[in-house]
Write a protein that binds this ligand. Structure first.
Ligand code: GLC
Ligand code: CA
Length: 573
């Protein structure tokens, strides 16, 4: 496989604001749960606008908004009915334009979420297709097929569904008889689009332009490895050859992203500010993943390998090394992700016996030690902030919010829960409305006297509030602010592993040394001035499950107890 290089890795690049995206800190906003401006219990754009101060003080470079479009919200907005309209609960298109402008005025760029694999079943295209007869042109934008079996009663394929359950739903003809089936790799309310159809390609290119014209700096591409299907719709072979799986990571995808990159580049060329594509690319094969980051495709993609590994020095060291290696091959900046709106909050995940993340393994009533999880999550933040590349953080991560695991069953909203037959708790636990104040009916999420929040907040939620965190110099918020401010200095520094014991991770970036202790014992600190530390130190010792960021007095001074690895083992970016 030949991998072409992105922008050369010249050290001068961090000085260039056009290349902001190579080392940005990006904050994910789930608009429904960030802040409610108008008091209906649902977060909205007015709520975000009212809290831009907070985001600016946190020190982020960009906001990624999960879908804010008109949608029946069958999957929290990832079922888009109109890609050019804002959901009325969130505000209007002009609110979005205002928000993009106001954020930009504070140096915060906007990344929006585009969902190209599927649309809402209420989107006019799908409604038109349903009303049209089998074999009609309107159905060709989707995957309508007759069923197998004598009366078409069997699904066209047995492809698994990303939310459990079936991947096909049978339609009903106008006379009430059963009709064709349509494909949905997620919920039935999210029919998959046919990316071989020119209308589909043209429509999304037009949607990209629509939002670039409104000042957005980037596009997050939802389910980016799923769009293309083998039109023969075969069953999934046991061990598909790379690029040959019938609905995942097909080679034809690259063409689509090349055309999107051309559009982004066209806008970038106008003012020299890069418009970027960031892909949600869940792939086990990291080499295949890197192919999406070639110089004429996406700029970056989320690093789910890092996000899902267990809390273990050798696992994380391996993930970091592989990440640096494959990104270096294509010259793309790595991303470091600890969580998002789909996965268990790190404080909870890292406090369990099994600290890895896997959708399939989520269950109710899994014991957790939140105090331990919180220590580790803070240490993980030091890692994510000091590794070379882009850092992503999900709203509430900076407050150390745990997963809410006792939402009353009748208040759960996520199709992942319902489609699992109730065994999977779903993703609502990381989507609970943020606590802004220590007290009050919704802990400041809504104005006083408002309706109840759309998802209930647990008792004691105010203890995690922004108000509390702002008063506490040792809060997770204070740590994140420190990290986000200090990491700006690191943008250009080369990365080098330092030799350290098996249950620690140590590396250097210029004068910065980072040491993470995964062992059960405290370990002596290397020399240097402390820039940030995730737990209170015991003398000059780093306690277990903690990380420290130090600045050495001299760039080349050898560190006590830690020596650089031979260059053959170290990666320079
Ligand atoms: C992505 C989103 C997730 C959504 C799914 C289907 O994985 O992050 O929230 O449910 O795509 O659009
Ligand atoms: Ca509202």
């Amino acid at each position: 496989m030949t991998l072409r290089l992105q922008t050369p890795t010249a050290d001068a690049r961090a000085q260039d604001p056009a290349l902001w995206w190579r080392h940005a800190a990006v904050y994910e906003v789930y608009p429904r749960s960030f802040a409610d401006g108008n008091g209906d219990g649902i977060g909205d754009l007015a709520g975000v606008r009212a809290h831009l101060d907070y985001l600016q003080q946190l020190g982020i470079d960009a906001i990624w908004f999960t879908p804010w479009y008109a949608s029946p919200l069958a999957d929290g907005g990832y079922d888009v009915a109109d890609y050019r309209e804002i959901h009325p609960s969130f505000g209007t298109l002009s609110d979005a334009e205002e928000l993009i402008r106001e954020a930009a005025a504070r140096g915060i760029r906007t990344i929006i979420d585009i969902v190209p694999n599927h649309i809402s079943s209420l989107h006019p295209w799908f409604q038109e297709a349903l009303a049209a007869p089998a074999g009609s042109a309107a159905r060709e934008r989707f995957w309508f097929r007759p069923g197998k079996g004598e009366n078409g009663e069997e699904m066209p394929t047995r492809w698994p569904n990303n939310f459990a359950g079936d991947s096909w739903t049978r339609t009903v003809n106008p006379d009430g008889t059963p009709g064709e089936w349509y494909l949905h790799l997620f919920a039935p309310e999210q029919p998959d689009l046919n990316w071989n159809h020119p209308d589909v390609r043209a429509e999304f290119e037009s949607v990209l332009r629509f939002w670039f014209d409104r000042g957005v700096a980037g596009i997050r591409i939802d389910s980016a490895a799923l769009l293309v299907k083998d039109p023969q719709l075969p069953e999934i072979p046991q061990d598909p050859a790379p690029g040959q799986h019938p609905n995942l990571d097909r080679d034809e995808l690259h063409d689509i992203y090349r055309s999107w990159r051309r559009i982004a580049d066209e806008y970038s060329a106008r003012d020299g500010q890069q418009r970027i594509l960031v892909g949600e690319v869940w792939l086990a094969d990291i080499q295949r993943f890197a192919m999406f980051l070639r110089s004429d495709e996406m700029h970056t993609a989320f690093n789910f390998d890092f996000m899902t590994r267990p809390w273990d020095a050798s696992e994380l060291r391996a993930s970091i090394q592989e990440t640096l290696d494959v990104h270096a091959q294509v010259g793309a900046p790595p991303t470091w992700v600890l969580s998002n709106h789909d996965v268990t909050r790190p404080v909870t995940r890292l406090g369990r016996a099994d600290t890895a993340f896997a959708f399939q393994r989520k269950r109710f009533d899994t014991p957790v030690d939140l105090e331990l999880g919180s220590r580790r999550a803070r240490a993980a933040a030091v890692l994510a902030a000091t590794l070379p590349g882009v850092m992503y953080l999900y709203q509430g991560e900076e407050l150390g919010l745990p997963e809410v695991e006792d939402i009353p069953l009748d208040r759960l909203d996520d199709p992942m829960h319902f489609r699992s037959g109730g065994t999977d708790p779903g993703r609502d636990g990381c989507r609970v409305p943020l606590p802004w104040t220590a007290e009050g009916a919704s802990f400041g999420f809504s104005p006083a006297g408002a309706s109840e929040p759309w998802l209930p907040q647990p008792e004691g939620w105010g203890g995690y509030s922004i108000e509390r965190a702002q008063q506490d110099p040792e809060s997770t918020l204070a740590l994140y602010r420190r990290l986000l401010a200090a990491r700006r200095e690191l943008a250009d520094e080369p990365f080098e592993w330092l030799a350290s014991s098996a249950d620690t991770i140590a590396y250097r970036r210029g004068r910065t040394t980072v040491l993470v202790n995964f062992s059960a014992e405290s370990i002596p600190l290397p020399e240097g001035e402390i820039v940030a530390v995730s737990s209170r130190l015991a003398g000059r010792c780093l306690p277990p499950d903690a990380a420290v960021w130090l600045t050495a007095p001299e760039a080349t001074a050898p560190q006590a107890g830690i020596s650089p690895l031979p260059t053959s083992l170290s990666t320079k970016l």
